[in-house]
Design a protein around this ligand. Sequence first.
Ligand code: FMN
Length: 211
Amino acid sequence: MAFNGSPRKQWNTATLLGKALEGAASKGAETEIIHLYDLDYKGCISCFACKTIGGKSYGRCAVQDDLAPVFNRIEQAGAIVLGSPIYWGTVTGEMKSFMERLLFQYTTYTDPPGSLFPNKIGTGFIYTMNVTEEIMKEWGYAVNFNRNEATLRRILGGSEYMCSFDTYQFDDYSKVLATRFDPVKKKQRHEEVFPLDCQKAFDMGVRLAGK
Ligand SMILES: Cc1cc2nc3c(=O)[nH]c(=O)nc-3n(C[C@H](O)[C@H](O)[C@H](O)COP(=O)(O)O)c2cc1C
């Protein structure tokens, strides 16, 4: 199962998620993509029903909105891939709210923290962003990515991530005020490097389907 945290259904993030699913399908997996922006939900409301010992929602998110059936399906899934553009240095608000809800229900406030997720599954994360790899490092984005990787591994099973840098953001750079970017270089990168990112995403899907 892939989760698109971009509002755009056919752009960088969605394309790479599609490639990851193609990779998984090449190993015989049944695949589906869920566009988070199509769903009606909010982040964790801190009700602690999932932490209430003996309660009917112990280890399960009690909020009944569009994420409830999605969580049931994740418990049956063999692997999940999350994808998000970087907005202001981190994942989009929709992806953040999704992660709060997905992960909090299963984490235990024990020392060390444990997981109530009923399976062990592989997870992947695909981040897409405008910045180059050098700037990503300089601006410290990797701190978030590494933390997400560790959290997903601890709670759901396995985890890996990949980044697509310096993405093509607009279909016509001449129509927007974006003088920071060289449209020729952006196009060239889209034609030369993005296909390599697509291959990395495909390979991620192959690995996740094999676990
Ligand atoms: C609201 C907003 C905030 C953004 N903030 C960042 C940012 O902090 N760093 C960055 O590298 N790119 C930023 N971007 C660019 C997107 O991350 C980038 O274009 C991404 O590949 C878009 O994904 P999509 O094509 O799947 O929608 C931002 C874009 C938007 C719309």
